[in-house]
Design a protein around this ligand. Structure first.
Ligand code: ZN
Ligand code: ZN
Length: 348
């Protein structure tokens, strides 16, 4: 099959690799119909994060069941399914506790190298799904792939960030980031009925989309100081909630400055380094801090009614749909933001 193989920073290539095979009785083989390049793929692409040379990457994908092992009972050939980015065994303590992302029974992240379980990725024609019954979710035939694909990662992750921030009607919510997570967090925050959503970024073309996705006010941090502006907007009362969707240490630190007493910081940005924490602000303002990797599996069915009813349309972030053969160009676009790229999806 054809697949996207990592070689070195800024060097991924479409190559012919062996077709994945059923290795364990609980496995399934998925024929991929749509996959995506995730912002977290840029971590290894830019060399900020180690990746094994020769590894098939990609962890945001969906497709149809091609084949199943003898212990895989829930799915049959032809079923339309979404895979969360992390496979879980379904039986260890953490999986039973609804944290497949902390699976101790052999689970792992797709397409993120040996250190994360060694499971091949989904920027490919086919992928092996371990623990298929515990990992995959069946999705409606009649809904377009583009609206369902991101349930496996960015849509669920963004919603998880907003949900954990405990947004109440009338709240002022600040979102850090105009990338895919920031945009989908903007869309998600809106569902909780805040009075004002303020999205901070530094690309006008993305901030324009943030407005279409629910932001009342956008701040381009290249042109104005976000803290000053938020003070102005809230007449000095500051914000109730901060959603950090970048993985930028200064956004964490600034969140403590722009949150009011009793406020909440929820972060989903992926940090490659430790971040120092203003403990005195945290203490004196009674800030609640929450953050972590999203157990996306739990959100696929939960968010489905929002998609089937048309209440949210995650496909709004797609700017490019490229054939799998052009995946390296897709990485370049995501990295450079040329052609106003936001989200690149791939069709095998
Ligand atoms: Zn991701
Ligand atoms: Zn497990």
């Amino acid at each position: 099959m054809k697949a996207n193989v990592y070689h070195a920073p800024k060097d991924v290539r479409i190559e012919t690799v062996p077709d994945p095979k059923i290795m364990n009785p609980g496995d399934a083989i998925m024929k991929i119909t749509k996959s995506a390049i995730c912002g977290s793929d840029l971590h290894f692409y830019r060399g900020n994060f180690g990746m094994d040379e020769g590894f098939v990457v990609g962890h945001e994908f969906m497709g149809v069941i091609e084949d199943t092992g003898k212990d895989s009972k829930l799915f049959k050939t032809g079923d339309k399914v979404v895979a969360p980015f992390w496979a879980g065994c379904g039986t260890c303590h953490n999986c039973e506790n609804n944290y497949p992302t902390a699976c101790t029974g052999g689970g792992g992240c797709f397409g993120y190298g040996e250190a994360f379980g060694g499971y091949g990725g989904g920027q490919a024609e086919y992928v092996r799904i371990p623990f298929a019954d515990a990992t995959l979710e069946k999705v409606p035939e009649e809904i377009e792939d583009e609206k369902l694909l991101f349930l496996g990662d960015v849509m669920s992750t963004a919603y998880f960030c907003a949900e954990r921030a405990n947004i109440k009607p009338g709240n002022v919510v600040v979102i850090w980031g105009d990338g895919t997570l920031g945009l989908l967090a903007t869309l998600s925050a809106k569902l909780f009925g805040p009075s004002t959503i303020i999205t901070i970024g530094h690309h006008d073309f993305r901030l324009k989309l943030a407005k279409e996705m629910g932001a009342d006010i956008t701040i381009n941090s290249k042109n104005e100081d976000p803290i000053e502006r938020i003070q102005q907007i809230t007449k000095g009362n500051l914000a109730d909630v901060s959603l950090e969707c970048i993985g930028l240490p200064s956004a964490i630190q600034d969140s403590f400055k722009m949150l009011k007493a009793g406020g909440t910081l929820s972060f989903i940005g992926m940090f490659d380094e430790d971040v120092s924490f203003p403990m005195l602000d945290f203490f004196l303002k009674d800030i609640t801090v929450t953050g972590g990797v999203c157990p996306a599996k739990n959100y696929i069915q939960k968010l489905m009614p929002l998609i089937t009813s048309g209440k949210i349309d995650p496909s709004m972030i797609i700017t490019h749909d490229l054939p799998l053969s052009e995946t390296p160009k897709g990485y370049e676009l995501m990295d450079t933001k040329d052609e106003n790229a936001i989200k690149v999806v791939l069709t095998p």
